[in-house]
Design a protein around this ligand. Structure first.
Ligand SMILES: Cc1ncc(C[n+]2csc(CCOP(=O)(O)OP(=O)(O)O)c2C)c(N)n1
Ligand SMILES: [Mg+2]
Length: 198
């Protein structure tokens, strides 16, 4: 991330997700980007719709596992999962399968607002004693870390798009819902478009 970039924070110093994702997407290159249902999909769509995006609208818990399948099917391409803490926790067991398969072209970013933002900001498990990075390490990830400050988040572009995977990153982001930016909700169209782009 460029040194001159300043990411907006809320009044408790927590980085705002929408500008963070916009900044990360500026570094995407040819990466394939798979987004978890709800806010992660809106954030990535807000950064610009793209033929190399595959958005989830449902299937809560399945984003990381779909990223694994894609990474295996497309070993020459970078596959990047961007999802929420609720989605990741629902599919947390997938981390063991991913670490075991160890695709070097897969990275996962969890936008951890510690809430189910999409459905009314109910508190999520990561607001309490649960640490997804420790769970990822326990699953076998060698590269897993939490990013809480803007300074720490400067490492994210390299980790997501260049560092040999599998990589697991949790970015602690501010709560609060940004305006919804809805890409197509037509699953057949999104699937076909993504296949064509590949
Ligand atoms: C199986 C299933 N359970 C519940 C829901 C309802 N639901 C949709 S989004 C969501 C919360 C997602 O939370 P998170 O992944 O953390 O996203 P964010 O906070 O960024 O919105 C829930 C509970 C669903 N779509 N599918
Ligand atoms: Mg959340």
């Amino acid at each position: 991330m460029d040194q001159h970039v300043t990411l907006p924070v809320d009044d408790e110093g927590r980085v705002r997700r929408r500008p963070l994702v916009a900044e990360l997407m500026a570094h995407r290159g040819e990466a394939l980007v798979i987004t978890g249902l709800g806010s992660a999909t809106y954030d990535v769509a807000a950064a610009g719709d793209h033929d190399n995006n595959f958005y989830f609208w449902g299937g809560m818990g399945l984003t990381a596992m779909t990223g694994l399948g894609l990474a295996i099917a497309q070993p020459q391409r970078r596959a990047v999962v961007i999802t929420g803490d609720g989605d990741m926790m629902m599919g947390i067991g997938s981390l063991a399968t991913i670490a075991s398969a160890a695709p070097d072209n897969l990275a996962i970013l969890v936008l951890d607002n510690e809430r189910f933002g999409e459905t009314g900001e109910q508190m999520g498990l990561s607001a309490g004693v649960t640490d997804m990075v420790q769970m990822a390490k326990g699953a076998g990830f060698q590269k897993a870390a939490t990013f809480a400050t803007e300074a720490e988040m400067r490492e994210l572009p390299d980790l997501l798009f260049s560092t040999p995977g599998p990589v697991f990153c949790v970015a602690k982001v501010a709560p609060g819902n940004d305006a919804r930016v809805l890409p197509s909700t037509d699953g057949a169209y999104l699937t076909r478009r993504f296949r064509d782009a590949l």
